[in-house]
Design a protein around this ligand. Structure first.
Ligand SMILES: Cc1cc2nc3c(=O)[nH]c(=O)nc-3n(C[C@H](O)[C@H](O)[C@H](O)COP(=O)(O)OP(=O)(O)OC[C@H]3O[C@@H](n4cnc5c(N)ncnc54)[C@H](O)[C@@H]3O)c2cc1C
Ligand code: SF4
Length: 482
């Protein structure tokens, strides 16, 4: 373990952030530069628990006490090898993960958890700086061909694992650039896109062939793809957005969060966007209190909105854990994201009833009513009707399911009752077709997408080769770990 009394000596000190005024001026990442003197101390707080609950909390089964100890001792190469053995892309999770490992850390029972996410980011960023992240092309080729459809974190992880196992992998993406929601959903102030590009260059050097601008099911039929590959992985995400069913929904000025976020990410990338949706000088309301809504809030603030308000249907969570939500469960408590820290107002338990337009037909007001949950049912509270100025309404109410129409029509693929791709151990109802990430799980997290991509690759490789060769959750990488 790090230092026996480290957790008594040093208090938790998390990742620093740039000052709000400074970061609102640009779309650069909001994280403060690294503080070299802090990182080893923070790793030294780890108690190397007999039962490391952090390890259980992490969907990837990251070997957290091992890399904490290595960081405390200054053994950065060892720390990186441990981290990379279970996580293909620690630079994504180190920036963006809600860190269920920290919620499960034993220190979190009565003190601040070890800053695991921050340590993870520092290990991988130093590894990039010092040239430890190098391509790992396979030593032996199997001659088997695999198509991975969708280049979000699930598709990228599956493609990398399968290429390292020696298969010939083609990654198909309908967008013009690789990355899925990392590229066109998550704003640059949370993830600058060069972070994706340098990892994609590694995949290409490992032999993954990337084909962008091809929509499977439309440009190429699914049955043709299946007929020309030994295996197909569906990593198409869950991109069908939940809609708002109220009078006025079709007014100009009501937009989906993903349309709004994608345009801003394209502007940052230097693309020409004709007539982009801009919040500048507007009263903006965002429906939905999750990650997507929070990303819209940060974007609207940077665009210079007159006011921004995020509305959530559910009641405000408590400030601390309730008795029925004990450690090491995920804490269902009130949180403030980096964007919420920057400004804007938040309303809870408020349901939109209708939208109002002015004489020109433009959106001007949102009408709502307070709601409460009675016996699990949503009830309007009489006499609480209200209306708010609004000339840009952003719908960020989550995602319903993957878009599967062509998969069902062309392959007869079976769906589960929520409309996700039905799987059994990542195998779909169609022979040689597999699914990973949000496509089979429903909208979730990056860490789960990477974990699914790895596990799905293992299922594909096992079926193709007749033996279990790739590692499973929390087990060291069989084909090296860089
Ligand atoms: C705005 C926003 C912010 C988020 N913030 C966070 C966060 O901070 N932390 C976190 O952990 N999670 C976050 N998430 C969730 C996270 O991004 C997703 O869970 C994750 O990206 C899912 O990965 P995936 O690979 O399954 O799918 P996706 O990332 O959705 O990728 C699917 C890819 O498949 C492509 N595709 C779909 N159909 C086809 C087809 N027919 N042919 C070719 N290509 C196709 C799509 O274009 C897309 O590129 C956020 C989500 C959103 C929307
Ligand atoms: S639970 Fe926390 S203190 Fe214990 S091993 Fe994991 S990171 Fe270290």
């Amino acid at each position: 373990m790090g230092r026996a009394d480290g957790f008594l000596t040093w208090k938790r000190q998390g990742a620093g952030r740039r000052a709000v005024d400074d970061r609102l001026d640009d779309f650069r990442e909001f994280y403060a530069p690294r503080q070299d003197d802090l990182r080893m101390e923070q790793a030294g707080r780890c108690m190397d628990c007999g039962v490391p609950f952090c390890h259980q909390g992490c969907p990837l089964g990251n070997l957290i006490p091992d890399f904490n100890d290595a960081v405390y001792r200054g053994r950065w190469d060892e720390a990186y090898r441990s981290l990379a053995s279970t996580n293909n892309f620690p630079e994504f999770t180190g920036r963006l993960c809600p860190a269920p490992c920290e919620a499960a850390c034993v220190l979190a029972i009565n003190d601040g958890a070890v800053t695991i996410e921050q340590i993870e980011k520092e290990i991988v960023e130093l590894a990039w700086e010092e040239g430890r992240v190098v391509p790992q092309p396979p030593r032996v080729r199997t001659g088997r061909t695999v198509a991975v459809v969708g280049s979000g974190p699930a598709g990228l992880a599956a493609a990398q694992q399968l290429a390292r196992a020696g298969h010939t992998v083609t990654l198909y993406e309908r967008a013009d650039r690789v990355g899925g929601l990392l590229r066109y959903g998550i704003p640059d102030f949370k993830l600058e896109k060069g972070v994706i590009d340098r990892r994609v260059a590694q995949l290409v050097a490992e032999g993954v062939v990337i084909t962008c601008g091809v929509e499977l099911g439309t440009d190429v039929r699914w049955d043709e793809l299946v007929g020309t590959h030994d295996a197909v992985v569906l990593a198409i995400g869950a991109t069908r957005a939940r809609d708002l069913d109220v009078p006025g929904r079709d007014l100009p000025g009501v937009v989906y969060a993903m349309d709004y976020l994608e345009q801003q990410n394209r502007l940052v990338a230097g693309d020409l966007v004709a007539d982009p949706i801009q919040a500048t000088g507007k009263d903006v309301i965002i429906l939905g209190g999750g990650d997507t809504g929070s990303d819209c809030l940060g974007t609207a603030l940077r665009q210079g909105a007159r006011s921004v308000r995020q509305i959530e249907l559910f009641p405000q969570p408590p400030g601390t854990r309730t008795p029925d939500n004990p450690w090491p469960q995920w804490p269902l408590v009130f949180r403030t994201s980096s964007s919420q820290e920057e400004g804007g107002a938040r309303d809870y338990a408020l349901m939109t009833t209708h939208l109002e337009a002015d004489a020109t037909g433009a959106l001007t007001r949102l009408h709502a009513v307070e709601v409460r949950f009675e016996g699990g049912r949503l009830e309007q509270v009489p006499g609480t009707e209200t209306s708010l100025a609004c000339d840009l309404l952003i719908l960020a109410m989550g995602f319903v399911s993957p878009v599967t129409d062509t998969l069902v029509a062309q392959l007869g693929l079976r769906l589960d009752r929520r409309g996700n791709v039905a799987v059994d151990g990542f195998r779909t109802s169609v022979p040689n077709v597999y699914a990973a990430g949000d496509a089979q799980r429903g909208a979730s997290l990056i860490v789960w997408a990477i974990s699914d991509g790895r596990e799905c690759a293992r299922a594909v490789d096992t079926d193709l080769m007749g033996a279990e060769r790739l590692p499973t959750r929390g087990r060291h990488e069989a084909f090296g770990g860089r």
